[in-house]
Design a protein around this ligand. Structure first.
Ligand SMILES: [Fe+2]
Length: 291
């Protein structure tokens, strides 16, 4: 669904602050790590520019900074057609690393969502889980399909909550949603749905925000009315967009954008993958320490 009446800004009072100017993240110090985390919880989205990292360096930085030792535990086979420095277990390559072509990796990202909101399957990873996503822009398309600069867009779900009326907030407090994987299960495969309150409190800031997943989320009570559930989600999101601006980060090569998945939603923006190349490295961690 294309959402209308959306106010897109490239500067936002809270999200998208640039930090650690002139810092090489492969050499980050303990005090810089503390600064990075402080800004991340406070701003939801932060940006560090001018990085030149290999995929293994990015993974090492993520482990050192956030202490997630599970990152990259599973071996990933090397793909000969992709440069070695872009490959590491625990690091995903988004876009079209082999150059312009008709196959694109990541179309699901072109819709509003929280990452991995349905995981783990049974419990956890709610808004209180400090799930941090790092996206490192290596090759940036010159423009999106709309002719505008290539961006990733974010919405501040805490701002959303505060911008709704007291009556709307009160009503939403009573709701929960089932969160599902955006990837449909194979025939006969049963994937447990995770139930999550729609309004949730952030672990670090104590602020309330909305945790919506994506438009595959099903309002409790609408399990057997999937069309109605989708319509409910989309109408709620349209209401949100009317009262809350969308922050669009304009990419430059070497940017790393970090977001606290528990307090922002995001969407990728389509570009012409038959004409342009995009390479972004994605690493995500469960932050084991707040400071
Ligand atoms: Fe995503």
């Amino acid at each position: 669904m294309k959402y209308r009446e959306c106010n897109i800004v490239n500067k936002h009072p809270r999200m998208g602050v640039e930090i650690l100017h002139d810092c090489d993240l492969s050499q980050i110090t303990e005090s810089q790590i503390s600064e990075l985390k402080k800004y991340l919880w406070e701003h939801g989205v932060i940006v560090i520019r001018n990085q030149k990292l290999t995929a293994p360096e990015l993974k090492e930085f993520a482990i050192k900074t956030f202490g997630d030792l599970t990152l990259g535990n599973r071996d990933k086979p090397i793909k000969e057609e992709i440069p070695l420095h872009l490959q590491s277990s625990g690091v995903s390559i988004l876009g079209n690393p082999q150059g312009p072509n008709h196959n694109i990796n990541g179309k699901l990202a072109w819709q509003w969502h929280h990452d991995k909101d349905h995981l783990p399957r049974a419990e956890g990873l709610d808004m209180n889980s400090l799930y941090v996503v790092m996206l490192y822009g290596v090759e940036i398309p010159p423009e999106g399909l709309d002719g505008e600069p290539h961006t990733t867009q974010f919405i501040d779900t805490i701002e959303v909550y505060n911008n709704l009326s007291a009556k709307e907030r009160q009503q939403l407090e009573t709701y929960s949603m089932y969160h599902l994987s955006p990837i449909l299960p194979k025939e006969g495969e049963e994937i447990p749905r995770k139930l999550h309150p729609l309004v949730s409190t952030h672990k670090v800031t104590g602020q309330k925000g909305l945790y919506l997943g994506s438009d595959t989320s099903i309002l409790q009570g609408m399990e057997n009315k999937l069309e109605e559930a989708k319509q409910f989600w989309q109408e709620l999101f349209q209401t949100i967009l009317k009262v809350t601006p969308v922050y669009a980060h304009i990419w430059k090569p070497g940017d790393i954008v970090f977001w606290d998945n528990s307090q922002v939603m995001h969407t990728g923006v389509p570009y012409d993958n038959t004409k342009h190349q995009r390479i972004a490295l994605r690493v995500a961690v469960m932050a084991n320490s707040i400071f």
